[in-house]
Structures are given as C-alpha cells and as structure tokens.
Design a protein around this ligand. Structure first.
Ligand SMILES: Cc1cc2nc3c(=O)[nH]c(=O)nc-3n(C[C@H](O)[C@H](O)[C@H](O)COP(=O)(O)OP(=O)(O)OC[C@H]3O[C@@H](n4cnc5c(N)ncnc54)[C@H](O)[C@@H]3O)c2cc1C
Length: 295
C-alpha cells in the first residue's frame, strides 16, 4: 500500500525545523524513516505534513563532550556500530547496535528516532535508562533536558511536546571503574527482542558497586528500570550469588505479556538470565572483576 499524500518540508537548521513544528498543523518528524515509513505505508500514520530533518547537518554527530557521550538526532545505528570510541568505551552501546534489526535498517534508522518511537520493544531506551541518560529536546522556549526516567510514558507515548524536536540523547562518560553491557533474546536475526536487559556498573577502588543501572526491554508497557535489583547491588561486591539475586528481583519487577513468541513466565525467567549475563559482562568490563562471574 502507498501512503496517503502529505506535504514534505526539508529544514536545514534546528531553528527552521522548530519554527515549522510550531506553525504547521499536526506535523510529523521524519528521521531514518525505519518506523515511520512502514506506518505511513500501512496508513497507521496519516500526517498532513512531514518535517524531514535529514538536511540538518548539525545533528549528525556522535562524540564525547562536556562529560557526556552525545548522539545527535542523525546518528544512525550503523554509526554506533562502526565507532571506535563506542567499541573502546561503551560496552552496552557496542553490544546493542548490531542487535537492532538488520543492516539495511541500521544504515538509515537513528538512535534518537528509536527513542522517540518509544516502542517498549526498542533496545536503545533500556540502554539509556541503565546509563541514567538524558534526552535533549529543542522547542519554542529553547532546549529542555529530560531524564530518560521521565521520558517514556506509555507504548509510543513520551513526555515530548508536539512542537519539540529531539536534538540529541546523551549519557555520562564512563567513570574509571565502569562497565556496561546489553543482552537480548530474539527468535532470529533481525527480530525485535523477546526480552532484553542493559546493565551499567560503577565500582569504587575497593571493587564495591557504587552505582548500578538496569534497563529492561519488551517486558513492560515501556522500557523500564529494575530498581529493586539496582538497590540490592549498590554497596555490595560482585558475585554470582549477588547477580542471581538481582536477576530474580529484575524478573519479579518485569511485567511481560504472553504472545506468539513466548509465555509471560518464560519471559520473566529470561529477564533473570539476561540480567545475570549483562551484570557479569558489565562487572568484567569495569575492570575490577577479572573473570566472568555469571554461571
Ligand atoms: C523490520 C524491523 C525490525 C526492527 N527491529 C528493531 C530492533 O530489533 N530493535 C529496535 O530497537 N528497533 C527495531 N526496529 C525499529 C527501528 O530500528 C527504529 O525504530 C528506527 O530506527 C527509528 O529510527 P528512525 O530514525 O528510523 O525514526 P523514524 O522512523 O524516522 O521516526 C520514528 C518516530 O520517531 C519520531 N522522531 C524521529 N526523530 C525524531 C526527533 N529527532 N525528534 C522527535 N521525534 C522524532 C518520528 O516522528 C516517528 O514518530 C525495527 C524496525 C523494523 C522495520
């Protein structure tokens, strides 16, 4: 099926884009189009106006700056996958990028577009939550920074206003003893997650966990944090027993639904397993654990 007709605007600056968003009736932003275009073709989205941000060169970046890893709104999944900076310093990002969809989609789809889409099955939201990341939005009143914790409301619904454009997502640059990881269970290559877990651990110099972040994919109505498990971990030394207990708590805090890919009880069990694996890799990458601690 073809999409219904719509007007197409191509701003070349963030200012132009936000003026369009403010002045036009019910505009929809187009980034990589990997979620939007299928929705247009199936007529699940029928906007009168599309504001295509691909000509805004200033949004095409992925770099460290001012204490953050910053991904501009035109940073594609493939940019993350191919980045040496990511490979060297951001384990969870390096794990996630090649697990999103397939290469064609990763070449066009953006990390910001994926976060904006707010699909509970989207992988990047969980990574952002695990890192206590932020979404930067530009609107008529200038920039607004939204903690990832406050961004996701419902499936496909966020705290972003209609006249705001997300310019970047960002996470703090790693502490000296920090490690992160992402694990995902899917039926086959290219599929969305049946369940996914991102973990970030920051250790102190004695090898005690100072900060723990855990984000879960596809097992609640939005990407969700496993706060009970995070609380358990902080102040403790990493061990297989501790991570098993954390996996159990994450599983208890998840709310998966049964579907054609698996029953709720199975997915809960998988949250437990994936949490242990993600924590094990995060601890190892933090450098204070020399060997995998998962079973
Ligand atoms: C077959 C298939 C498999 C997939 N598998 C996965 C998967 O395994 N894991 C996963 O996480 N995702 C998966 N996806 C989803 C897809 O990768 C992402 O949702 C997509 O990349 C979103 O980014 P985009 O740039 O293409 O956004 P678009 O499709 O252009 O936009 C998506 C939504 O975000 C809004 N938006 C985009 N950019 C901005 C912005 N800067 N500010 C405000 N709003 C904005 C748009 O208006 C639209 O509502 C899959 C998609 C397909 C079609």
């Amino acid at each position: 099926m073809k999409s219904a007709p719509f007007e197409h605007y191509e701003p070349s600056t963030v200012g132009e884009a936000t003026s369009l968003l403010e002045s036009l009736d019910d505009p929809t932003i187009l980034a990589g189009g990997q979620s939007l275009v299928p929705m247009l073709r199936f007529r699940l989205a029928n906007p009168d106006v599309v504001v295509d941000i691909n000509g805004i060169d200033s949004l095409d970046y992925l770099h460290e700056d001012d204490g953050y890893l910053k991904l501009g709104a035109l940073a594609r999944h493939a940019d993350v996958e191919e980045s040496d900076l990511i490979a060297e310093r951001y384990g969870s990002f390096a794990d996630t990028a090649p697990l999103v969809a397939d290469p064609q989609i990763r070449n066009r789809g953006t990390v910001v577009g994926s976060v904006a889409q707010a699909d509970p099955k989207g992988d990047w939201g969980s990574v952002l939550l695990a890192h206590e990341g932020e979404v930067v939005a530009h609107g008529p009143d200038g920039d607004r920074t939204i903690p990832a914790d406050e961004f996701f409301l419902l499936p496909y619904d966020t705290t972003l206003s209609e006249d705001e454009l997300i310019t970047e997502v960002r996470v703090p640059t790693p502490e000296p003893n920090e490690g992160s990881a992402y694990h995902k269970l899917k039926r086959k290559t290219g599929d969305y997650a049946m369940a996914g877990v991102g973990a970030r651990l920051v250790m102190d110099d004695d090898g005690v966990i100072e900060t723990a972040g855990i984000g879960m994919t596809a097992v609640d109505i939005t990407n969700a944090r496993a706060t009970d498990a995070e609380d358990l971990l902080e102040g403790e030394r990493p061990s297989a027993d501790l991570f098993e207990e954390a996996g159990e708590l994450a599983s208890e805090q998840s709310n998966p639904e049964s579907d054609e890919h698996g029953g709720a009880a199975y997915k809960e069990r998988m949250v437990n397993v994936l949490t242990q694996r993600a924590l094990g890799d995060a601890a190892e990458r933090a450098g204070t654990v020399k060997r995998r601690v998962t079973q």
